[in-house]
Write a protein that binds this ligand. Sequence first.
Ligand SMILES: [Fe+2]
Length: 84
Amino acid sequence: MVSRSEDEYYVTVDHPMNKDHYISFLAAISDREIQLVKLYPEGGAEAGFKRNRVQKICACCNKHGLFQIRPTRQSISFGPDDKQ
Ligand SMILES: [Fe+2]
């Protein structure tokens, strides 16, 4: 799930976070930078990112690899014209 505030996207992933199977990082990608938040087993699968032209948000599972987080609410979309 992605929620948006004035300056930030807050991402929550519904995924196991145990020692064998967890999200190892979340990343928000723009045409200028990658914001990366390292996550750890037994922790929360969530992170906040500056909106800063974010075009894509991805999660990396230690077992299943990289996948894209898509906004579930139509009112939220990513794009190069996002808040700069
Ligand atoms: Fe997984």
